[in-house]
Ligand binder design. Structure first.
Ligand SMILES: [Zn+2]
Length: 558
């Protein structure tokens, strides 16, 4: 044993020596030594200052700010010698439709001895994904379908034994795991995709329902009613659909908890009791007496176009296998109605992530070509509902079955090096193992997001890759500051949320300490380098809701 160890030590010493000898030979000119971290920090500062400048007008899709942003990104990829990612183009057109609902809708519920109406804004919110000027639901039976979940891998079906075609379904937010805090049920406290409201509407549409109404509760939703009422009013941007989204529910919306309780009460049912029953296996849907729902909405419809930006370093051995970095280039633009500074510069969100894509492109361009292809995808309209990434996932340029992984970057750390790396969607898939190894090399540790019940995993661009089965990783610096400790780091994070998040004050500051962002970038670079030289396909962990989709997609190749 000892002999072999000594031998292997000698061998590695020889290897090290010959490497450094080569280095000395290749670096003949006496250049000032810049560490990779410092080089990346300088690159980040340069790009963020430009992308977040007032000149870029807050980078809203389909505005002059978009033109400047996507031109800048194309020029940067060209300058690095990185090829266009969409044939001979660096762009992928994303067709979007803007719907603005006239806000006077009323939800009418009538039964043989019940008649109530619920008003838009304070008692309910309704909208539609159907891209037409008028939708209506008239005299539709009302059914409570519990959590509205069909999860074959968990042997759970809230729509078993009931046909809800053309009916109005009332659905609970989040999932039975959160409701019971039972770690054996779904993911316990952590939200699964079945808990996210977007899923509830998708499933209700698959079941043929005319209207789907989710009951809002602040705890399980993760935010107060005001977030629902403000984000559902005003223009809503969606992807243009060839069938104008005729397969979606006519009406999607929310009821306040008060409205739901009153409605159940009117039907002679106890909302809290039924809610508890719905969290138990074997729950069956319950009609609300002989109630019929009616509601109509009017929309103005406007079509426009925006662009994803895409570049590729083709693989030498397995070019059809791709690893895709994503970061959204868009932010909220300018609000003309605002006094004073009305430009949403989005410096942290997400000029940092966009700059990170360029820094990663720089790093990858400096080394020999990888065996697998590496793709840089700066997506549009994340702030309008993850639209650019969804468009890509629905119109993939590189086949999804051979897309090895997605690494997403959204809002980087500007407060120096953190010991912890927060994995949003902890224990989802095997990419986490690669990340853990890369983090360990930096003496850093992984930890789960602090509030997994809020479902952040479903709220940035990587999620659209997850939905089509591609293992996706969304990780970021935590709050355990190497220099100032956990409390300080948490304060800095809170300060951003309270004072700059989605506000005109999210501006670039040349005093930012980007050493932590640089460390994160080197960590992702390490993960992708490892993946790019392998032939393995990391998968979702057993029990994850996206595993079956991936398995089917991979099986299609064999
Ligand atoms: Zn963002």
């Amino acid at each position: 044993m000892k002999f072999y160890r000594l031998l292997s030590m000698l061998l590695s010493a020889t290897v090290l020596f010959s490497c450094s000898e080569q280095e000395v030979i290749s670096h003949v000119e006496p250049a000032t030594v810049v560490s990779p971290e410092a080089e990346i920090e300088a690159i980040l500062h340069e790009h963020i200052a430009i992308l977040a400048s007032d000149q870029f007008e807050g980078r809203a899709p389909a505005t002059p700010g978009e033109e400047k942003t996507i031109t800048y990104l194309r020029q940067q990829f060209e300058a690095l010698g990185i090829a266009p990612g969409n044939g001979d183009s660096y762009f992928q057109a994303v067709a979007v439709t803007e719907l603005t609902t006239v806000s006077d809708a009323v939800l009418q519920i009538q039964g043989s001895d019940y008649d109530a109406s619920f008003s838009y804004g304070d008692q309910m919110m309704v909208g539609t994904q159907q891209q037409i000027p008028y939708v209506t639901v008239q005299g539709s039976d009302v059914v409570f379908v519990g959590y509205g979940i069909v999860a074959p891998e968990r042997n759970w079906n809230d729509y078993a034994n009931i046909d809800v075609t053309d009916k109005t379904v009332i659905i609970l937010v989040n999932d039975p795991g959160y409701a019971t805090q039972d770690p054996e049920l779904f993911n316990g406290n952590a939200m699964t995709y079945y808990g996210r409201w977007t899923y509830k509407y998708e499933e209700a549409a698959r079941q043929g329902a005319a209207a789907a109404l989710v009951v809002h509760e602040t705890g399980p939703a993760g935010y107060p009613w005001e977030v629902v009422s403000s984000s559902w009013s005003g223009p809503q941007i969606g992807l243009q659909a060839a069938d104008l989204n005729a397969d979606k529910n006519e009406i999607e919306g929310w009821l306040t908890l008060d409205s739901a309780e009153a409605l159940f009460d009117g039907a002679g049912l106890d909302y809290q009791e039924l809610k508890a029953a719905a969290a138990q296996p074997g729950f069956t849907a319950v009609p609300l007496a002989d109630f019929k729902a009616s509601v109509s909405i009017e929309n103005s419809v406007r079509n426009s176009e925006s662009q994803n930006v895409i570049a590729i370093i083709p693989g030498t051995e397995r070019p059809q296998e791709t690893i895709i970095y994503t970061g959204h280039w868009d932010h909220l633009g300018v609000n003309a109605e605002l006094e004073g500074d009305n430009i949403y510069n989005g410096a942290v969100d997400n000029a940092t992530g966009t700059a990170a894509l360029l820094a990663l492109a720089h790093l990858h361009s400096q080394q020999p070509p990888p065996e697998r292809s590496i793709v840089f995808l700066a997506v549009t309209a994340e702030e309008s509902g993850l639209l650019g990434s969804r468009w890509y996932a629905e119109h993939p340029i590189y086949p999804l079955a051979t897309t090895v992984a997605n690494i997403n970057i959204d809002a980087m750390n500007v407060n120096g090096i953190m010991r912890d790396v927060v994995v949003v969607g902890y224990d989802s898939n095997e990419l986490q193992n690669y990340l853990e190894a890369a983090a360990a090399k930096q003496d850093r540790y992984l930890r789960a997001e602090p509030n997994p019940e809020r479902g952040y995993y479903y709220r940035s661009d990587h999620f659209n890759f997850a939905k089509v089965g591609v293992p996706a990783l969304y990780a970021e610096s935590g709050e355990d500051s190497v220099e100032f400790g956990m409390e300080w780091g948490a304060e800095r994070a809170q300060d951003y949320t309270d004072n700059r998040y989605h506000a005109p004050s999210d501006e670039y500051d040349p005093d930012w300490d980007l050493s932590g962002a640089a460390a994160d970038i080197l960590m992702f670079f390490d993960v992708v380098n490892t993946l790019s030289e392998e032939s393995t396909f990391p998968n979702w962990f057993e029990g994850n809701e996206f595993k079956a989709i991936r398995d089917a997609s991979r099986a299609g190749l064999q």
